[in-house]
Design a protein around this ligand. Structure first.
Ligand code: GH3
Ligand code: MG
Ligand code: MG
Ligand code: MG
Length: 323
């Protein structure tokens, strides 16, 4: 798609420099009147990188792909195209958070009211004053960056709260809250649910022989293998030091038993690499396996049963699955 964009003469700041100054940004100007967009683009180019797109349909494509900090949309386009663009930009996931500054002739003032209703962030009436244009663009870009920053922080906090830092698997807290939901779903839908508790055998001696870092390497590699052996809907978590839980929705005891046995064999059958280049060490695991037994059963009871099965697997000689 050929972009009829127009890079304005003034040197555009680099993206990183933009972030440093906290000022200049990338703006997509959607306007089809040449005298208008040339003037606006020149004014904006004093602080920002500006691209011009006269065609609103094309503009939506660019906006969705272009990582802009601000859309400036003329509502004087024919057939209410400017308004349609604003409303489409608001409904698309990729453009929802990009601020929109609308521009209109005074005679199109009613379009501005519509624009504000559908989520335009700010507006300017023609004739446009240079300082006002720059001030409003700056405000929108600053706000955008701030909310992006907040959104990233919230996202990170959520991820950190539910993830085990060493292995990247879910943590125990997440598993316990999510397990209740999965068990409820299984009960209401009349589907089976399997749960296995996995514990690395003689892990203390791995730590003793290869150091705590060697032990950590084993835990990380173990998590990688677990992830490979389960489906997307299964839930794997690090339950404690070298104990893990796998919850398998819509899986009965027979199938879960095969999954557990395959995982046990894949661990025992391929020694683990610790550190770079160091010799490989043999690791085995014991697995206690159970299923949700009756509708509405408490998850604590399911976990207890898995723990008892694990205890028997250890007692019976380790490197085995017991259900
Ligand atoms: P068993 O076969 O009965 O399970 O023997 P074990 O040695 O694995 O038993 P135990 O559960 O007593 O030992 C687990 C050890 O795991 C104890 C603890 O020091 C170690 N551990 C717990 N968390 C971590 C961790 O994050 N990293 C490392 N390297 N070791 C850990
Ligand atoms: Mg133990
Ligand atoms: Mg152990
Ligand atoms: Mg243990």
């Amino acid at each position: 798609r050929a972009i009829t964009s127009l890079e304005i003469g003034v040197q555009a700041p680099e993206r990183s420099a933009v972030a440093d100054t906290g000022k200049g940004g990338r703006i997509l100007l959607v306007d089809d009147r040449q005298s208008s967009y040339e003037r606006l683009a020149t004014l904006l180019a004093a602080e920002h990188t500006v691209e011009v797109e006269p065609n609103p349909t094309e503009a939506l494509f660019h906006a969705a792909e272009g990582n802009y900090d601000l859309l400036i949309v003329s509502l004087d386009l024919n057939n209410f195209d400017g308004l349609r663009l604003c409303s489409q930009a608001r409904s698309l996931e990729r453009t929802r958070h990009v601020p929109i500054l609308a521009i209109a002739d005074a005679e199109n003032g009613t379009r501005l009211l519509r624009g504000l209703e559908i989520g335009v962030n700010d507006y300017l009436l023609r004739p446009i004053d240079k300082n006002e244009l720059l001030a409003r663009a700056r405000t929108q870009i600053r706000r955008r960056r701030y909310t992006d920053h907040l959104r990233d922080n919230v996202q990170n906090s959520i991820e950190m709260a539910i993830t085990d830092a060493l292995t990247g698997l879910h943590n125990r807290r997440y598993m316990e809250s999510h397990l209740a939901t999965l068990a409820e779903q299984a009960s209401t839908r009349g589907k089976p649910l399997a749960l296995m508790l996995l514990d690395i055998d003689y892990f203390k001696s791995i730590n003793d022989n290869y150091g705590h870092d060697g032990g950590d390497d084993v835990l990380r590699e173990f998590a990688v293998r677990v992830r490979k052996s389960i489906r997307g809907i299964d839930l794997a978590c690090r339950y404690g030091g070298e104990e893990f839980v796998i919850v398998m929705p819509e899986t009965d005891l027979h199938v879960a038993g095969m999954v557990a046995e395959r995982l046990r064999r894949s661990i025992a059958g391929e020694p683990f690499a610790i550190h770079k280049g160091a010799k490989r060490i043999e690791v085995t695991i014991s697995i206690g396996l159970t299923t949700l037994e009756k509708k509405g059963e408490a998850v604590a009871d399911v976990l207890k049963r898995a723990d008892m099965a694990l205890y028997r697997a250890k007692h019976d000689g380790r490197n085995r699955v017991v259900s």
